[in-house]
Design a protein around this ligand. Structure first.
Ligand SMILES: [Zn+2]
Ligand SMILES: [Zn+2]
Length: 61
């Protein structure tokens, strides 16, 4: 996994870790154009994402 940072708290993004600053209560990665901001996996359009509120990988919130 790439070394992503949480956009809400600035700490290292770890999938599924709780984040008190985030509106969805878990870390959300800074958008880098390549990785899903909710799970940190490589973004593939239309693929389901267990961490995303929309249930699909997203490049940005
Ligand atoms: Zn965070
Ligand atoms: Zn995802």
């Amino acid at each position: 996994m790439a070394d992503l940072k949480c956009k809400y708290c600035g700490k290292k993004f770890i999938k599924g870790f709780s984040c008190s600053h985030s509106p969805i209560k878990s870390h959300v990665a800074l958008a880098d154009g390549t990785h899903c901001v909710y799970c940190g996996d490589k973004f593939i359009a239309g693929f389901s994402c267990g961490k995303s509120p929309s249930k699909k990988h997203q490049l940005d919130t």
